[in-house]
Design a binder for this molecule. Structure first.
Ligand SMILES: [Zn+2]
Length: 202
């Protein structure tokens, strides 16, 4: 056995094991806080993720599933395992990180303490929980952050807002209709053009 071979096997394992989101097949419920144009662009044009992204994703998913197994150990049957949420004829897809009774659980493994929110969940994650609660029919959510650099954990309670849920649903309809017509909806983040989310040949 040589060091190089061990490295190769470990990297190949990570590539095989990471589960990237199928962006061209589904609209990701957990990203409905983002710009509709960017999300439609990804459904129309994005390719499969590169090596670096797959490795980062693998480590994040590993830590999240490890946190799930800790919750199982600590809370037993009070905690229900993660499950997918489908909506809109199966075109919308999201995943819970579990449930406590009727309370949704979402887990975010983050690379370092700089990404730990202070005082409340970040805007994107707030929208993520609202969209998951809307389509999964929950009224409360507990979001758990864990920093991979320090092991620090932060948790927040979030209550469902019907008006934000409605906004998520409207945005999802807009995106799916646009994608059906092979078009991009209007940008509302102001950065799509500079980031290259423009119409192109398919
Ligand atoms: Zn935009």
């Amino acid at each position: 056995m040589e060091a190089k071979e061990v490295r190769g096997e470990l990297l190949a394992y990570a590539r095989r094991s990471c589960k990237p989101f199928e962006k061209r097949l589904y609209l990701d419920i957990s990203r409905l806080g983002e710009c509709p144009r960017k999300l439609a662009w990804e459904m129309l044009y994005s390719g499969s993720p590169g090596e670096d992204i797959k490795l980062r994703l693998f480590v994040a998913q590993l830590m999240e599933s490890n946190l799930v197994s800790r919750l199982v150990k600590l809370f037993g049957s009070t905690y229900v395992l993660p499950k997918p949420i489908y909506a809109m004829m199966g075109k919308l897809l999201g995943y819970t990180s579990g449930e406590f009774g009727k309370i949704l659980v979402t887990i975010k493994s983050i690379p370092n303490d700089d990404a730990l929110p202070d005082g409340r969940a970040s805007n994107n994650h707030y929208w993520m929980t609202q969209a998951l609660m809307h389509f999964g029919h929950y009224t409360r959510c507990i979001i758990i952050y864990e920093s991979r650099a320090s092991g620090r954990i932060r948790t927040y309670d979030i209550t469902y807002s019907p008006s934000i849920g409605e906004e998520c649903e409207k945005k999802a309809v807009l995106i799916l209709d646009s994608v059906n017509e092979g078009q991009l909806p209007k940008c509302n983040c102001g950065r799509c053009k500079e980031n290259g989310y423009i119409e192109r040949e398919r």
